[in-house]
Write a protein that binds this ligand. Structure first.
Ligand code: ADP
Length: 496
């Protein structure tokens, strides 16, 4: 009897491998960081070969820790940093160049230009995204433009493009499978989210040969089988999803209107909108959450650039905290912020404001404001920004939400979670296990191989949660939200 699902969680700074058992519990994990390259200001690269070897290292380590052989593993699931662009030789599996990471801004000028280019296909309508260097399309075009003959070789099928999931799948199958899933494809800015296929008008516009694109599959299906020489036996790969979509799945957000927020460095909110894409009028992205048995589920996505990072800033740059955890105790030691608001717009403001020129601002200072109030204002800002994205989602999708599912490093902060529930006037639920991203990939892979039988089966595995219920009066919430809006007005447009 197969005992485990093995998940590869290929993040931005580290690769992890986690084994899950039939009850959905984590059995063991192994993690290793890999090198970040910053060859020029604003550029970020990874070595695809190092990602692969790091991932394999953690897989072998996790199997050893669990005393598991390939025969014990029912399937492998993959979840990954999204948008990061890898190009390799089909024949040898050798990368053509470093991977261009999602954070890399080298194609910012190209994106500015295409916003003004009348010949550019309607990116928003086709892909659900806004033109931005973040997505894979201009990164891939950059690679093709900067390597002699690469485009011609790609046209003859000799070159492969993939996001990190495709790259790992290719290596894991000994170079026999070149596929991806819909959730990763929908972050490339080359994928038509209505037809669920690569978009010919965009491929033509960016001069990207279709021959180099991976085949797009369901998120839960048999993608291929591992090369037996790698893990001591053949293991099918049965689930793939980008990290944020995997977290949505791992949080069991299967019903339209269900929503999760990952409170990490930034905050990533995704809301399930059901089987139809919802066009945002509030600056959110439309994306594919997953596809199972050929049926797509869509999501609205909004990102807050600075969430947990504001706590890091208070600790590392201002020296107001010794540890991130200390922020909770300090915030709870005062009844309010004493009138102060902190807008942590260090790199501009993301959804729903989209103001690249906004900058960090603290307003409302009086003689009585102290360190504790500033720390509290910083944590409150994470909750206010989340509320703004959720309001935008509510308006765009015209749905009622009943609870917010929370995960990520800063969701450990109980003050923040309670304040969030108060400001949203809605329950906030935090699973006691933090591995929601890997769990989502495990569930997708488990469904794909019959280890788990259905979504209902997965719901029955629901983990214990900490539940935070709103206690603040509605009038008090409104006063605070009005204060936040006034503070944001002061922060906007500063650096123009
Ligand atoms: P990422 O995946 O983006 O690296 P994590 O999910 O690991 O992020 O979360 C790390 C972030 O959470 C950091 O920015 C850190 O400041 C913040 N953080 C961690 N613990 C706490 C806490 N107890 N209170 C507030 N913020 C926290």
């Amino acid at each position: 009897m197969k005992r485990y699902i093995m998940v590869f969680d290929a993040g931005t700074t580290s690769c992890r491998t986690i084994l899950f058992d039939r009850s959905g519990c984590e059995v063991c994990a192994a993690q290793k960081e890999f090198t970040q390259y910053y060859p020029q200001p604003g550029w970020v690269e990874h070595d695809p070969s190092e990602i692969w070897s790091t991932q394999m290292g953690t897989a072998l380590e996790a199997m050893l820790k669990a005393d598991a052989s390939a025969a014990d593993i029912a399937a492998i699931g993959i979840t990954n940093q999204r948008e990061t662009t890898v190009v390799w030789e089909r024949e040898t599996g050798m990368p053509v160049c470093p991977a261009i990471v999602w954070q890399c801004r080298r194609t910012a000028d190209r994106c500015d230009a295409l916003k003004k280019d009348a010949a550019c296909p309607p990116i928003r309508e086709i892909t659900g995204l806004l033109p931005d260097p973040y997505f894979s399309a201009t990164k891939l075009a950059w690679i093709l433009d900067h390597h002699e003959n690469l485009r011609e070789r790609a046209q003859t099928g000799k070159i492969c493009f993939g996001t990190v999931d495709s790259w790992l799948l290719y290596k894991l199958t000994g170079g026999s499978v070149h596929r991806t899933d819909v959730s990763n494809a929908s972050r490339t800015m080359l994928f038509n989210i209505h037809t669920l296929d690569w978009d010919d008008s965009l491929l033509r516009y960016f001069r990207i040969p279709r021959e180099m694109m991976p085949q797009v599959c369901d998120s839960s299906c048999v993608f291929g089988a591992s090369d037996p020489s790698l893990l001591g036996g053949v293991i099918p790969i049965c689930g793939i999803a980008g990290d944020q979509q995997a977290a949505l799945f791992g949080q069991l957000c299967f019903a339209p209107g269900s929503v999760k927020n990952t409170y990490g460095t930034g905050a990533f909110l995704l809301m399930n909108t059901g089987t139809q894409p919802v066009r945002s009028h509030k600056g959110l992205l439309t994306t594919v959450a997953w596809r199972i048995d050929g049926i797509p589920t869509y999501a609205l996505e909004g990102s807050v650039f600075v969430a947990g990072a504001v706590v890091q800033w208070l600790r590392d740059e201002m020296g107001l905290l010794r540890t991130a955890e200390e922020s909770e105790e300090l915030a709870l030691s005062v009844p309010d912020t004493n009138g102060a608001y902190f807008v942590p717009a260090f790199t501009g403001l993301g959804a729903p404001y989209w103001d690249a020129y906004a900058r960090g601002t603290i307003v409302g200072l009086t003689r009585g404001v102290n360190r504790k109030h500033i720390v509290r204002a910083a944590l409150e800002a994470i909750a206010y920004q989340t509320e703004k994205v959720l309001s935008a989602m509510r308006e765009d999708a015209c749905v009622n939400m009943s609870a917010l599912k929370a995960d990520g490093g800063a969701s450990a902060n109980r003050f923040l979670m309670q304040f969030q529930a108060d400001i949203l006037q809605m329950e906030v639920r935090c699973p006691k296990s933090v591995e929601t991203t890997a769990r989502g990939a495990a569930y997708l892979a488990g469904l794909g191989c019959g280890f788990f039988s259905s979504l209902q089966d997965l719901e029955s595995l629901a983990l214990p949660e900490d539940i935070f219920s709103p206690t603040m009066a509605q009038e008090d919430v409104q006063i605070r939200l009005d204060g936040w809006d006034r503070a944001v007005r002061r922060a906007k447009n500063w650096a123009r």
